[in-house]
Every structure is written in C-alpha cells, then in structure tokens.
Design a protein around this ligand. Structure first.
Ligand code: DGJ
Length: 724
C-alpha cells in the first residue's frame, strides 16, 4: 500500500515538477519516469553532483553537497568531490570538463555558481570563474517519458581579452561512489563495425574516441556502465551517447577515491578554439540515462528516444520503405538501360525505393576519377537522370541517388579548378585514401558550393532520397586560408557545416530523405541522426557477420535506422548462406536488397517476393517496436531477437542458427514482453515450429517457451505472433 502511494505521488510529481530547485538547501532534482539526477551547491558555490539512479521524489532526502576535508597535501578535498563540471584549475588532477588558456598565459579556471533558470523541462545553470568573466552555462533538458537527460555547455568569453579553449567537454557524468563497475562499449573497423565489448573499469582512464574528423568505425560514441551485476534483462545500467559527428572523446575514469566519472564531448586532441571577447562555444549534446532493467531496457529507452525525439519527423516519420541498391550488383558499371532493367525486376519483388549508387556522374568508371564532378555522365545516361527516374516512377517506386559530396579525386574537373579547396598543409603531402581527398567544408565558399550542387540535383530531379557517403577520414588537417591560431577550428566548423548543409537541404526539400553512410558505419551518432532517416551500418553484408554487427548496433540505435541488405553469395568471407537466412538477418532492420537481380533464379525471385511480403506485414513492429535480445550470437549457436509492437498486438521472433553440432536441437525460445493473460496465434513463416498447436498464452510462451526445428548450418525462421 505504502509502495503504491509512493508510486502515485511519484507520477503526480513527475507530471508537475520534473525539475525542482530547493532553495533552502540549494539542491536541484531532475526526475523522469525512469530515473532521477541531483546536484547541489556547496557553501563555496561549487556545483556538485549528488545522485544519478532510480527515481527519487523527495528532495528533502538529499543531503546538501557535502564539504570534504583534505586527506593529505597529495589528496586535497577537490580530488574527493564530485564536481558537476570541473574546470582545470586549483588542485584538480583528473579529467577536466573545460580547460583554457588566457592571452596572458593564465590557465587556472575555477567555476562557481552565479544563477540558474528553470523553464519546463529545461534547466540552465550559469557558472563563472572566481576571478574573471569566463562564463559557462550548463544546459540540462529532461525527456520525462523517455528517461533521458540531455546535457551540453556554452562557454562564453566574458572577459576583455582573447582566450583559447583547449578542452571543451559536453558533460561529466558521476556514478555513485563505488568500485567493481563494468564498461560496455563498441569497437570496430571497416566491415567489422559495432562489436560489443564488456570489461571491468579499473583505476585510471579508458578512452574511446575519434581523431579522424568523422565519427569513425573504430569506436562509436556510446557507453554503458553497470555495477558488475547487470545482464540483458536485469540490473542497474547507466548509459550515454554523444551527438557529434566529428572528433569526439569519452573518457571513463576511476580515481583512487572510489569515484567513477565519464567525461565526454569534442576531442581535446589537436583541439584549440580561440574565443575573442564576447564570443562563445557550444559543446555538442551528451544524452544520458539510467535503467534498472539491464542492458535490454537501456537499449529500448535509447531506441524509443531516438525514434521519437532525435530522428527528423520523430514519432510521425514513416516506416522505412524496402529499397533496392545497385552497388553490389553493378559497382561503377551503371548505365540507363542496365539500371532500368534492375528497376523493372526490383519492382516485381515489391521494392518501394530504387537507389542508384556510385558511378553515374563525371568520369566515374572506377574509384580513381570523377569525385567532385556532380554532373550526369552523358554516355551512361544520354537523357540525364530523367529517363531512369521516369521509369522508376512508372513502376511506382521512389528514386534515390548516391552522392559523396565531401570528397574529390585529383583526377576531376573540380580539383583541377580548385586545388586549394581540399584540407591540406601547404608544402606537405596530400595523403590520398581510395585516391580521394577531403574538401574543406569548414570554408564557407566550399560549403555553399556543396549546398548548391545538392540543391540543384534535388531541384532538377525528382529525388526522394540521397545516400550520402563519406569514404575516408581526414589527414593533414590544415586550413591555410585562416591564421595559424584559428586553423584547428576546422575540426568543429567542418561538422557544423555538414549539419548546416543537410538542414538547409531538408528545409528546402521537405520530402527528401537521407541515408548516412561512411564506408559503412563510420558516421552513426545522435548528431547525424537528427538529420537523416537511415544509416548504413557496414559494408559487410555477410548475413552471419551481420548478426554480431547488428547486435552491437542495437545496443545504442533502433532497428528503424539500420539499413540492412540481402546480397549475393559467396560474400567477402567467401561464405555462402541460404537466401532465406540472408533475408531473415536483413529483415531485422530497414530491409534492402543489394543482389544482382539479373542472376536471380525463378525460385530466388519467388522467395524474395514472399519474404518482402512478410516483411511489409511485420516491419512496423520491427522498426518501431520494443526489441528483446533473447540469444546473443556471441554466446549461442542461434541468434534470437524478438520485437513487440507498441500496442502489443503483434510480436515477431527471428531465430537464426549459425551451425548445428552433435545433432543438438535448437534451444527452447522463451519470449519476453508479452501479456501473460493474452492468447497469441503463432505462425512460422517457413513451418519450423515444433509444437502441437498454434495458439498459446503469453504466460506459456514466456515461461515454458517454444521450440523450433532448425537443422544444419544457417537454418532460420521468423515466428509471427498475433494477439487474439
Ligand atoms: C561505400 C559504401 O559504403 C558502399 O555502400 C558504396 O556506396 C560505395 N561506397 C560506393 O563507392
């Protein structure tokens, strides 16, 4: 009874006052439906972290920010305190959230509270240096239903002299004091992205980052930390994800004083950002959350949040169409007739969007020429794009086009006309990767040029979708046209200008959708996701490899944005998997086909048509439902994922067996997220169910479970459950 009363009060409070400030004790308490976050002001005016965890509702329970004492001359009190946004100054030797240098060489920065304002779900806290006008506004925004807190900071030079920012982080997240934490994070490389890692947090720092100019394949800006006892469906998990597509850094630090802090934002490596008097610098958003329901619940929180609050159009955006992409079928050998033939075949299978990939422009017959020359190749497309687009439309499909606007080949008209437009250090080599260089989008003239190119393409042609690719990282990151002291702003300005181009394009062409691709998954983060509809997670389309890539991807990102193609075998691993297995792997995201349809047998086409039909029945559940990871490809010989629709009426289970050994039956599948009392009608899309009937209660499905007959290697099924 007591418990119920507390819950009612909590929901009443969380509806009325999600952000509270208790004047008498100088405490801020931010509460969402899933967690609370608290800070307090010390006697000295320092802002200290107090709490991050399951929801609490009574601000009076919180002690005022505790004042500490020095333990020794080597262990000053500042090292023991959990400062909310520490400047680098005084006796602080851990990772700072902000570090700067003034014109006269003074680098000490000690921040104290000056004021705050609360407006609905927003809290701004203004801190100022103890001596001069360096001012930091900490921004907090809570998403009450989603359980997510967004943090960022604005640094303003309120002094009368120039200063240079050396490190500008978005947030420092303090975990409850303790030890034994475990860190979960994503690593990878080209064609092997989003691999899941789980390891103990030790004293010292663990850094995940990008120094490449883009988000990178190597690490993804997401983390989860648990107290050492969490699993997929239980336990406390603290997590965060950065919204920044340039150099970023997340440092997980355990101090000798049983503190664990996560500090993240723009990478301070090769970072230097001068601010004249009155100028300011905004740091990117760092989203954080806490879940008491394990890694699965943490993922589901991020999925829903991203779908509803980050993606363009939010909850109202359409489910992703089934697309065809020409890349693996034709590579650069595209032409009007060849693409028309593929389009005709694609339409028969039920494809809804036809995307022509690389090779349609300039002298682009291989990857050594043509990038930068965004005019249609007249030999390949004598009627311009119109002939192909009209054909695609006549087949009732939308048309999408591949572009790589940030790049140039040395062998291009653009580079011959503007060799100064690429990122470079004068007199130094211009490293070419995939024989291409990076245009300096930080420059306004280059930015405007790229905007005009894309705007013209979208204005002159009926293009529904750009696949926006970026196939290399930065090297020799010089910007010779500006003063040496300003050049490192490139890391930041480049990203801002990419964002600006996309934002302006979308505003001018409201129907245009965009896929973010960077040689696979090197540009997947919550910053780019505010402006694109899908991402390409990996150039590796081997369905077996994909299972692990997708598992890692799903920790942080929703299925709706995860473009997933069925392609031909043998693939890059020289592995062959059956077409049904490839479909069932790809149907767990935004389904696409990348096969050479000219080589499809009648049987292949029939299977593809039927799988695409099934996908259309279940895609809303996959793309916008709740994901339950029932069996991981890392630890089982079957990968099992379940998706439950928002209204609970439909659930879909994918079970993909990698290899059978010792004639062992596939394990029993125990479902989750169903209504115990409800009856569900069960259907296996390819008759793999080993059961005596096809109707079961939710309780039975979740507790006793069901069995599927998966035999041999790469056997797979999907089960569709409809609630009666
Ligand atoms: C890299 C992408 O990831 C591929 O899907 C394809 O678009 C190629 N670039 C084209 O050059």
């Amino acid at each position: 009874m007591h418990h119920i009363a507390a819950l009612c009060l909590l929901s009443a409070l969380s509806l009325q006052a999600q952000i509270q400030y208790i004047e008498s004790r100088k405490i801020f308490l931010l509460t969402t439906s899933k967690n609370s976050y608290a800070m307090g002001l010390g006697q000295d005016g320092a802002l200290r972290h107090l709490y991050w965890g399951a929801p609490i509702w009574r601000a009076d329970d919180l002690a005022a920010a505790p004042a500490r004492r020095d333990i020794s001359s080597f262990d000053p009190r500042q090292m023991l305190e959990a400062e909310e946004f520490p400047g680098w100054g005084g006796p602080r030797y851990y990772e700072p959230a902000l570090k700067l240098s003034r014109e006269d060489g003074v680098r000490d920065l000690v921040l104290r509270y000056t004021s705050h304002s609360i407006q609905q779900n927003n809290l701004d806290i203004v801190l100022k240096d103890i001596n001069d006008g360096v001012e930091v506004t900490l921004h907090y925004h809570i998403y009450p239903e989603h359980g997510i807190l967004r943090r960022s900071a604005t640094l303003r030079n309120g002094t009368s002299r120039a200063l240079t920012v050396e490190s500008a982080q978005s947030a420092t997240w303090n975990l409850p004091p303790g030890e034994g934490y475990q860190l979960t994070y994503l690593t990878g490389r080209w064609a092997a992205e989003t691999q899941l890692n789980h390891e103990p947090v030790h004293e010292g720092q663990k850094v995940i980052e990008s120094r490449r100019g883009n988000t990178s394949h190597n690490f993804n800006p997401w983390f989860a930390i648990d107290a050492g006892d969490a699993a997929e469906e239980h336990g406390s998990v603290w997590f965060g994800a950065l919204g920044w597509s340039g150099n970023w850094r997340i440092a997980v630090e355990q101090t000798p004083y049983r503190q664990v802090r996560v500090t993240g934002g723009m990478n301070s490596f090769d970072f230097s950002y001068p601010l004249k008097p009155g100028e300011s610098l905004d740091t990117p958003p760092f989203y954080g959350g806490y879940s008491s329901g394990g890694f699965g619940a943490a993922s589901r929180m991020l999925h829903r949040f991203t779908r509803e609050q980050i993606l363009p159009g939010g909850a109202t955006s359409r489910v992703r169409p089934v697309l065809y992409n020409s890349w693996e079928a034709t590579t650069f050998a595209v032409n009007e007739q060849g693409q028309k033939d593929l389009a005709t075949k694609a339409a028969k299978l039920g494809i809804e969007m036809f995307v022509m990939d690389d090779g349609w422009f300039g002298a682009r017959n291989n990857d050594r020429a043509g990038l930068g020359d965004w005019t249609v190749n007249p030999k390949k497309f004598p009627q311009g794009l119109k002939g192909l687009i009209d054909h695609v439309h006549s087949l009732k499909m939308d048309f999408g086009l591949w572009v790589e606007p940030e790049m140039v080949n040395a062998n291009s008209n653009l580079y011959r006309a503007h060799p100064d437009w690429v990122i470079n250090f004068p007199g130094r080599p211009r490293s070419e990767l995939r024989t291409q260089m990076v245009l300096n989008l930080a420059r306004s003239d280059v930015k405007e040029y790229i905007f005009d190119v894309l705007d013209k393409l979208a204005t002159e042609n009926d293009i529904r979708y750009f696949k926006w690719d970026m196939n290399r990282s930065f090297t020799e990151p010089g910007w010779p046209e500006v003063a040496a002291t300003e050049q490192r702003k490139l890391w930041v300005q480049y990203v801002r200008n990419v964002y600006e181009i996309i934002d302006r394009l979308r505003a001018k062409h409201p129907n245009l959708e965009i896929e973010s691709c960077s040689g696979g998954g090197a540009r997947v983060d919550l910053g780019i996701l505010q402006r694109v509809d899908e991402v390409w997670p990996s150039d590796n389309t081997d369905a077996f490899d994909r299972l692990r890539i997708q598992e890692g991807f799903s920790q942080a990102y929703p299925a709706k944005i995860m473009s997933a193609w069925v392609t031909d075998v043998p693939n890059m691993n020289t592995r062959s998997t059956p077409l049904a297995f490839r479909f069932l792997a790809a149907m767990q995201g935004a389904l696409g086909i990348g096969s050479n349809l000219n080589k499809f047998s009648e049987q292949d086409s029939a299977l593809a048509t039927s799988m695409i039909g099934v996908y259309k029945r279940i895609r809303a559940t996959v793309q916008t439902g709740e994901l339950y990871r029932l069996a991981s490809p890392r630890t089982n010989d079957v990968t099992v994922n379940q998706y439950v629709s928002g209204d609970g009426k439909q659930a879909v289970v994918f079970a993909l067996r990698h290899a059978q050994q010792y004639n062992t039956a596939a394990p029993t599948i125990r479902l989750r997220g169903l209504d115990e009392r409800a009856i569900y009608k069960l259907e296996s899309i390819n008759n793999k169910l080993v059961e005596h009937q096809q109707q079961f209660s939710g309780a039975y499905l979740m507790n006793a479970g069901i069995n599927v007959n998966l035999r041999g290697d790469f056997d797979a099924t999907a089960l569709i459950l409809e609630r009666n």
